[in-house]
Design a binder for this molecule. Structure first.
Ligand code: ZN
Length: 599
């Protein structure tokens, strides 16, 4: 049999020789030299004070992008080395070497932003309208505003240096705490010692007693260490709040909203629309409880399978399936994905010592991407492959843009990936042969809605309420449990017989210091992407050009502007969000119909 689609990726064309690559060594040295020049240029860059300075700024921007591209090219390659073999010690060394270069780049770049802040507002708007700089008007303005929100260079420098041990260290401590937790669970008659990750995987185990035991053991483990987790969360949050206070910021959502280039009112109406349409998803959970022979679902039943789906696709079949269905949406997506799959952009082989999970990374210097995952033949693997190809397609659509105009935010990052995944998930439901297959595939889709509209909503409610209370002092573990249970009760619309009070201790996302509020952008991205998908269904193949234009603009305007320009939609209106939710509701209706005779 011929292998049209290699299962092992091709990295040698990027830098030959893996973690021993001489080519990479030369590249890193050259990047180090460029970086030294860049640091010098940033340190001596004068405040632009007349329109004619536009050329100087433009030249500096080219230098910035040149260093940044080289850095990211190396970073992406090293990331691939790390992922393909977790035992590659040399790759780990390369990673720390690269991290050092990257942090030097970031401090020099911050200096430049602070210089921009000094420019007189009138000169500034003239600068942005010059031929040299108009292309960069959005990002330049964003950088300047970002610098304006910060304190003086000295004060920010102090925060950064104290933050290493006083802020980020709490996040690192959390990783250590999690790693120290293990539980004993009886799985299929065997007593096993499991890490948190392994125990969490049992949440989709078929046997209810296994799910319950894993959950109970984990809850007990969190309970035992709750004071340690509470101290960690309170300290991390306390640092963040103090930092905001010094910068004159009272609303904890201000920074995450700015990072996601969106307005508070947009976020508010999104949650409002979701809150008003919980009922169908509560109905789904009630039906699921019935199918599992329960009055109401407990937390540990939400991910349980309701039917067995033994469908399996080899890699060749999975790839063909994706290409065929992408083709129905547009020739470019089809052509691009075929190229990526045929030319070794994907690492899919199921073998030992690979990192778990999946990702897509872009190699800006080569204009290529690489996709990492472990493919073992399930429909959900096919969906993951489609998802990652969607990310790669986004990067592809951004190719005509200047490198500095390609940094999109987290909330729109998942647009192309969710879109691609949706094409495949829908096609899979339509192609299902047996009723069991259909139910199982539909459920996969609905589970995403439950995750984004209920689980993530609970995280958001908890986090906003916790931060408000934290402003007045330390919030004890018992209160954190209470806040979490209330948030889950509300977000799951009372559908669960019992929640997960220590969820705040179990979820890494509350402890990420680099990205505050690592929750609502997921829900935003999902619904935003659904509405793009709905448009695509309406307009057929002709939509692709518009779709690519939307992707191209994802890093040069606010989210509100993006939706208005490319979808003609006002996302500060509830109606926009309701359209996406309605698509998900249809899946629930079909699920309820299909399972009517089963219960
Ligand atoms: Zn993704």
């Amino acid at each position: 049999m011929t292998n049209t689609y290699p299962e092992v990726w091709e990295l040698d064309s990027l830098f030959s020789g893996g973690s021993d690559s001489a080519e990479l060594r030369t590249h890193l040295e050259a990047t180090g030299n460029k970086l030294a020049d860049f640091e010098q240029a940033a340190a001596t860059f004068d405040v632009p004070n007349r329109t004619a300075d536009a050329q100087l700024v433009a030249a500096f921007l080219e230098q910035t992008s040149d260093v940044s591209v080289d850095l990211r090219q190396a970073g992406a390659f090293i990331g691939c080395l790390m992922a393909q073999n977790t035992e590659d010690k040399k790759a780990a060394l390369l990673q720390s070497e690269h991290a050092l270069l990257r942090s030097r780049f970031q401090s020099a770049f911050l200096k430049f932003k602070q210089v921009l802040m000094e420019t007189d507002p009138n000169v500034w708007s003239e600068l942005l309208s010059t031929e040299d700089l108009q292309e960069f008007a959005f990002v330049l303005d964003e950088w300047r505003k970002e610098a304006q929100r910060l304190l003086s260079e000295q004060e920010e420098g102090l925060i950064t240096s104290l933050g290493i041990d006083g802020y980020h260290a709490w996040s690192e401590l959390y990783d250590l705490l999690i790693a120290s937790v293990s539980v004993q669970v009886d799985v299929d008659g065997e007593d096993k010692t499991l890490s948190v990750g392994q125990a969490n995987n049992l949440s989709s185990h078929q046997d209810a007693s296994v799910r319950k035991e894993a959950y109970d053991k984990l809850e007990a483990a969190w309970g035992e260490k709750e004071e340690l987790f509470a101290k960690t969360l309170n300290s991390l949050a306390g640092f963040r709040l103090q930092m905001y206070k010094k910068r004159g910021v009272d609303n904890v959502l201000e920074e995450p909203l700015q990072m996601n280039r969106m307005k508070q009112e947009t976020l508010d109406v999104m949650w409002q629309a979701i809150s008003e349409h919980k009922q169908p998803f509560a109905d789904y959970l009630a039906r699921k409880a019935q199918l599992l022979g329960k009055e109401k679902l407990a937390w540990y039943d939400v991910d349980a399978p309701v039917v067995e789906n033994s469908q399996s696709f080899d890699y060749e079949q999975g790839s063909e399936f994706i290409i065929r269905h992408f083709g129905k949406f547009g020739p470019e997506l089809e052509k691009f994905s075929r190229h990526a799959l045929e030319n070794g952009w994907v690492e899919a082989e199921d073998r030992a010592h690979k990192m778990p999970g999946g990702f897509c990374t872009s190699l800006p210097k080569s204009g290529e991407s690489r996709i990492f995952m472990t493919y073992s033949g399930s429909m959900s693997n096919v969906a993951t492959l489609a998802h990652e190809l969607g990310h790669a397609f986004h990067t592809h659509a951004l190719q005509p843009m200047h490198d500095l105009n390609r940094s999109y935010a987290m909330n729109v990052a998942e647009t192309a990936s969710t879109f691609a995944e949706m094409i495949v998930a829908d096609a899979a439901v339509k192609n299902a042969v047996t009723k069991e297959e259909k139910i199982s595939l539909l459920e996969d889709k609905i589970q995403r809605s439950v995750a984004f509209f209920m689980n993530i909503h609970a995280r958001f409610l908890f986090e906003t309420r916790f931060y408000e209370e934290r402003k007045n002092g330390v919030v004890p573990a018992s209160r954190l449990n209470e806040l979490m249970e209330q948030a889950q009760e509300e977000a799951f619309a009372g559908s669960l017989s019992e929640g997960h009070p220590h969820f705040w201790a179990s979820k890494l996302h509350f402890y990420i210091t680099d990205v505050p509020f690592y929750n609502f952008p997921y829900t935003f991205g999902y619904l935003f992407s659904l509405s793009v998908y709905a448009k695509a269904l309406e307009e057929g193949q002709g939509f692709e050009e518009k779709y690519m234009a939307l992707l191209r603009d994802t890093a040069v305007m606010s989210t509100e502007q993006l939706a208005m320009k490319h979808l003609g939609e006002d996302i500060t209106e509830k109606g926009f969000w309701e359209k996406g939710i309605a698509l998900c509701t249809k899946d629930v209706e079909e699920f309820i119909k299909l399972t009517a005779e089963e219960g």
